[in-house]
Design a protein around this ligand. Structure first.
Ligand code: NAP
Length: 320
């Protein structure tokens, strides 16, 4: 399959920026669809061969039109929280978008699609709206009758200089004076480095053996949430006493945060955390990728973080 030009949805985000960087290095032409071109343009427009296009991906006509000149599609769009709490926002962002993508690919004769999913995505047994709708999207895409070869990527939490996990906990720890109450403290995660994930996506793009696969992606070690937050606190030099909340208090904390506009934690997040985010088999090894550990990467950005440093890192890795 000849792939020169790739349409990318969600390419302006944390994973998307690293992925675009790597694909551009490999000489691909990229078309990144965004809801806010002016706001998101800074890093991406530096990349050779990348078009950043303002688009409403939820409008089937626009989606089809914008993907018309692409040979493959990568869908990175995902939300961790919705405005309400009835699941409609998740359904739109994950499931309905997958349906529209199948139609757009079919109309444009596109036969290759990479889907960013999540560990424990499961349309039936997923404990949260997030996990169920991610699972439904996977099922729809993998079951397409349009001869679109789909590969899904199911990472645990992803870390890297612009991540929302370690950076958010670092910020919260700095804001909390002495005690740090922690919900879901015993939930397990195996954080995977964003550049390992991106490498896996790039290598599988043209590999027919990856068609139909749902790859599980983890880092080299599993940690409880408490261990990860303690590691974050130690890294930034914040001497805080972490207070593990029991299940009832975790649920109450989530229910309270449901009413905070930015939803730093929500009932849906609480329900997702009920299932450990760990791999039964780490498929990074499938491509001989040795996963990086948090200990060797996270301190580099948590102790030296500024917009300028991210920008410099981005330019360095893109050799500009
Ligand atoms: N980060 C993690 O730890 C993690 C772990 C497991 C799975 N994942 C999955 O990996 C993918 C990428 O994650 P990320 O951390 O890079 O996310 P991110 O930084 O939030 O980026 C996602 C991008 O998707 C677009 N987007 C978000 N909501 C949208 C909506 N309702 N409609 C249309 N576009 C929307 C945004 O682009 P514009 O604003 O430019 O339109 C945004 O830049 C997601 O599918 C996520 O579920 C992430």
């Amino acid at each position: 399959m000849l792939i020169k030009r790739i349409g990318i949805l969600g390419g302006t985000g944390f994973v998307g920026q690293s992925l675009c960087n790597r694909l551009s290095e490999q000489g691909y032409q990229l078309k990144v669809l965004t809801r806010s071109r002016e706001y998101k343009r800074d890093n991406l427009i530096l990349l050779p061969g990348l078009d950043l296009v303002q688009a409403d991906v939820h409008d089937p006509a626009q989606l089809t039109r914008h993907l018309a000149d692409c040979d493959a599609v990568i869908n990175l769009i995902g939300i961790l929280n919705e405005k309400g709490s009835n699941g409609k926002g998740f359904k739109k962002a994950h499931v309905e978008l997958a349906e529209k993508l199948i139609m757009a690919c079919s109309e444009n004769n596109i036969h290759r699609l990479l889907q960013m999913s999540a560990l424990n995505a499961d349309a039936v047994n997923g404990k949260s709206h997030y996990l169920r709708t991610k699972g439904e999207a996977e099922d729809l895409l993998h079951g397409n009758k349009e001869n679109i070869h789909v590969t899904s990527f199911r990472p645990s939490i992803i870390f890297g200089s612009a991540d929302s996990f370690f950076n958010r906990f670092a910020k919260l720890l700095k804001m909390t004076p002495v005690f740090f109450p922690l919900a879901c403290h015993s939930s397990k995660f195996a954080p995977v480095y964003v550049l390992d994930l991106v490498e896996m996506m790039v290598r599988s793009l043209k590999d027919p053996e990856s068609y139909g696969q749902k790859f599980q992606l983890c880092g080299p070690r599993t940690y409880t949430l408490k261990e990860l937050v303690s590691f974050t606190a130690k890294t930034i030099g914040a001497n805080r006493k972490i207070i593990p909340l029991n299940d009832i208090l975790s649920r109450i904390q989530a229910a309270i945060f449901d009413f905070v506009p930015s939803k730093p934690f929500s009932t849906d997040n609480y329900l997702s955390a009920k299932t450990d985010s760990v791999c039964t088999c780490n498929d990074l090894m499938h491509y001989g990728i040795e996963p990086m550990a948090i200990e060797s990467i996270v301190p580099q950005y948590l102790t030296n973080h500024s917009y300028r440093s991210s920008y410099t890192e981005f330019r360095t890795t893109s050799h500009r």
